[in-house]
Design a protein around this ligand. Structure first.
Ligand SMILES: Cc1cc2nc3c(=O)[nH]c(=O)nc-3n(C[C@H](O)[C@H](O)[C@H](O)COP(=O)(O)OP(=O)(O)OC[C@H]3O[C@@H](n4cnc5c(N)ncnc54)[C@H](O)[C@@H]3O)c2cc1C
Length: 366
């Protein structure tokens, strides 16, 4: 098939890579000037860019049960296995020096003793899908053995099997691994219709299948809104952290995610605002104070980057797939796009292959 994809975020790039490997002829259009993330340290980027670049990259189906339904957890759990395979295939295209694009060492939930009541309420919500796994309480010495940098008074629970992905490196690897795909940068798609993409110069391009993966850029087709998220990158040489850690706190959802190069990403605020301006002082203070309370040695870390972006959300906060002859839309991945993308893409490709039936297929994931 000739396939046109609008949007080169995580959904668009995963689809392009998989479809090109399946022998299809793929064109991707995106208003970004190129495949790479905007430069770090830039206060206000010239144009909006994929939320996927800003994401912390946690693959946390269990921890996300705090904010999502059981179906998200089930799909996320399935995605974890898919990410493992995808990362293996993308490995030759990872940046040098080589880093594992995906790793799965579990993640930790931690709480200060004074917040145990709030923590127990979150933990109760995390039992909603017992067939996957449950938080495993850790004795203090077991917690310290896993993560020696954590403040010694913290209580902790292990979410076995959870993982993380390196978002920027994986987005780049997906492009590098898809040389047959025609990437059209600096091209905005105004509308995505069955069998055609209407471009910013009012020209329409015809395809056998048009795919809408524009994230927040698809407001003409879906009732999307952007939910602001802010992250802070710290450079913390000598502070060992092997896996994502989330602080259970009555007011803030804060996590620390280790990255190669002694970096720790601290995130993320969740603000009902479509404001893409630089990180606010309040968010920066709250994120960093919480991070310091979890890993006191971060006091001497250096703040190397801050970034704000918008998560594409639908009113019910669930992902949405729409498939009809000539048209596929995947959107509304909200705060779990990295977690869910492989499962959603897999389901869509299976449904596409089976699209012999003339009627459209609507899937709203409950
Ligand atoms: C601070 C923050 C932290 C996050 N942390 C996590 C996390 O730890 N784990 C997780 O699973 N998820 C996380 N997310 C969520 C995740 O990043 C999103 O759910 C995911 O990026 C959505 O993917 P997408 O491809 O639908 O949209 P996007 O990644 O936003 O990509 C959309 C693409 O479409 C392009 N586009 C826009 N308009 C047009 C147009 N008119 N024509 C053509 N192209 C267009 C954009 O330029 C962009 O490249 C986080 C998000 C944020 C903001």
């Amino acid at each position: 098939m000739k396939i046109g994809i609008a949007g080169a975020g995580v959904v668009g790039r995963l689809l392009a890579w998989q479809l090109a490997r399946g022998g299809h002829e793929v064109d991707v259009f995106d208003p970004a000037p190129g495949p790479q993330a905007p430069a770090t340290g830039q206060l206000t980027p010239a144009a909006p860019y994929a939320a996927g670049f800003t994401a912390a990259g946690m693959l946390s189906p269990l921890a996300e049960l705090d904010a999502a339904g059981p179906e998200v957890a089930r799909q996320g759990w399935r995605s974890l296995a898919l990410w493992h395979d995808i990362a293996e295939q993308l490995a030759p295209h990872a940046p040098m020096p080589p880093v594992p694009l995906v790793c799965r060492r579990g993640s930790l939930l931690v709480a200060h003793g004074s917040d145990l009541g709030a923590a127990q309420r979150v933990l109760a919500r995390l039992q909603a899908v017992p067939e996957i796994a449950s938080p495993q309480p850790l004795a203090r010495d077991a917690l310290q053995a896993l993560e020696p940098a954590l403040a010694p008074q913290l209580r902790g629970w292990l979410l076995g099997g959870e993982g993380q992905v390196l978002p920027r490196e994986t987005l780049m690897a997906l492009c590098a691994a898809s040389p047959g795909v025609r990437w059209h940068w600096s091209r905005r798609v105004e509308r995505v219709e069955p069998g055609r993409l209407v471009l910013d110069d009012a020209n329409a391009r015809g395809f056998d299948l048009a795919i809408d993966a524009r994230g927040l850029g698809a407001r003409d087709a879906l009732p999307l809104r952007g939910v602001r998220g802010e992250v802070v990158w710290l450079h913390a040489p000598g502070v060992p952290l092997a896996r994502p850690v989330r602080l259970l706190h009555p007011r803030h959802r804060v996590y620390l995610v280790p990255r190669p190069g002694d970096l720790v990403v601290v995130g993320a605020s969740e603000v009902e605002s479509e404001d893409r301006s630089p990180v606010s002082l309040r968010s920066a203070v709250e994120l960093m104070a919480a991070a310091h309370s979890v890993v006191p040695e971060l006091a001497e870390a250096r703040i190397v980057h801050m970034e704000a972006n918008l998560r594409p959300a639908l009113p019910d906060h669930n992902p949405h797939t729409h498939l009809e002859p000539g048209l596929l839309r995947i959107n509304g991945l909200f705060r779990h796009g990295w977690l869910l993308a492989p499962a959603l893409v897999q389901d869509a490709l299976v449904a596409l292959a089976a699209l012999a039936a003339p009627t459209g297929l609507e899937t709203a994931h409950a």
